[in-house]
Design a protein around this ligand. Structure first.
Ligand code: NZQ
Ligand code: ZN
Length: 383
């Protein structure tokens, strides 16, 4: 394994009725910025339950956070924090709401423009506003990590910022809150968590290591539980397993001692910045095509993946055949959940692929060294 440092300070409360623990968790704070999305929490009753828990705190609301969240709500949130002397932010929603809150938290005490300084130049921050989350949609793992992704629609760039000051103070996880998530969104989240695990699994070292073993168990578990949740969306065991798996898939655990790839995520972020598609569905299209482009030189790893995650023997197959079969299995899994696996299936043609490739950052990782031309080739292969 590679050398590593691991720290994850997020307090997780995982139980049915976790919302009712909110009052206790925020007892030291007075002025709360309550951030949520487009209204699902009002329809499901979560909003009323949160308001009850907030009791006599001074509460300011910031709503209307859209999927693939944009810079505008971050600026708005920072202004509200300054104006109302906010000392705590509460995110209630999925990854988009939590990532917006992380951006507001990091920008609150910053001098200058948060987009340029943090998301483009990756400058350090010295202080951040504390925040906690109530998770209603599973997949991104944002509830248990210190990174967030924001889109700047003016330049069509979607990118991330991470800092150790940006871990939530707590995350309240109640699997029953996810029952109302539309099936397509649930599938998007399932593919997202599977993709997070592949991003570190298909990175060096390929030799036996405990992080890969954890990732294999989690990937096999996702396949088992997704099958159940797809037909029975209120199956508590399946939804609770998926909920905790999503947190574990990107909280640092499976990256310990490993390289981290994130090329597929980089390609997907451009895709959703241009076409506003759910993140996980973009990954269903991009990730298998990316792996097909970079599979060479990791024969043992492909064999092991095929055997442990998909219970399939490579037998006498060579590296190309083994990798192809494994990638086919991944694609079949995504298709079995009704996800698209080609751009044309969601009405995307080749008209913007060149521009998208030029607008995607080039970088070198363990399994690949993608130039703009390679990125273009991968998008094209996904048509
Ligand atoms: O906006 P509302 O009305 O609340 O509806 C949301 C939204 O339309 C709905 N929803 C959420 N909980 C619900 C519900 N509907 C009914 N019942 C519920 N209980 O679901 C829709 C999608 O929500 P969103 O938060 O956008 O989904 P997700 O959690 O997949 O977040 C996606 C964003 O996270 C980023 C993605 O790129 C994308 O921008 N990611 C963040 C990461 C991180 N911070 O670590 C890592 C990921 O790789 C990812 O990039
Ligand atoms: Zn993701």
């Amino acid at each position: 394994m590679k050398s590593f440092e691991f720290k994850n300070p997020v307090k997780i409360i995982f139980e049915i009725g976790a919302i009712e623990r909110l009052h206790e968790e925020i007892k030291d704070y007075h002025n709360i910025l309550f951030v949520y999305g487009g209204g699902s929490i009002k329809r499901t009753g979560v909003y009323d339950r949160v308001i009850k828990e907030l009791g006599d705190k001074n509460v300011v609301e910031l709503s209307g956070i859209v999927p693939n969240p944009e810079t505008v709500k971050v600026y708005e949130g920072v202004e509200l924090c300054k104006k109302h002397d906010i000392d705590f932010i509460l995110a209630v929603g999925g990854g988009s709401v939590i990532d917006t809150v992380k951006a507001i938290s990091s920008a609150r005490y910053l001098n200058g423009d948060f987009w340029q300084k943090l998301y483009i130049d990756h400058e350090d921050i010295e202080k951040a506003l504390p925040f906690g989350t109530i998770l209603t949609m599973v997949g991104t793992g944002s509830e248990m990590n210190s990174g967030g992704v924001i889109t700047n629609p003016d330049v069509k760039i979607k990118c991330s910022y991470g800092h150790e000051l940006l871990f939530p103070q707590f995350s309240l996880l109640d699997p029953t809150l996810t029952y109302t998530v539309p099936r397509e969104q649930m599938v998007s989240g399932i593919i997202d968590m599977f993709s997070h695990l592949m991003e570190t699994y298909f990175s060096l070292p390929d030799e036996d290591n405990v992080s890969d073993s954890i990732a294999e168990a989690l990937m096999a578990g996702i396949i088992r539980n997704a099958k159940v949740a797809y037909v029975d969306m209120e199956n508590y065991d399946a939804r609770s397993n998926l909920m905790w798996t999503a947190s574990l898939a990107i909280n640092g655990l499976t990256a310990a001692g490993k390289g981290e790839d994130w090329q597929s995520h980089t390609l997907e972020h451009t895709l959703s910045a241009y076409y506003h598609i759910p993140h996980g569905l973009g990954l269903a299209i991009v990730h298998p095509h990316y792996l097909k482009y970079v599979y060479k030189g990791h024969f043992k790893k492909w064999k092991r993946f095929l055997k442990v995650v998909f219970d399939t023997d490579a037998n006498e197959m060579n590296e190309e055949e083994t990798a192809n079969l494994a990638i086919e299995k991944i694609t079949e899994f995504f298709k079995s959940l009704g996800a698209p696996t080609k751009l044309s299936e969601i009405g995307i043609d080749d008209s913007k692929l060149r521009e998208m490739a030029e607008n995607t950052m080039e970088f070198k990782v363990d399994y690949s060294d993608l130039k703009h031309e390679d990125i273009y080739n991968i998008y094209k292969s996904a048509l």
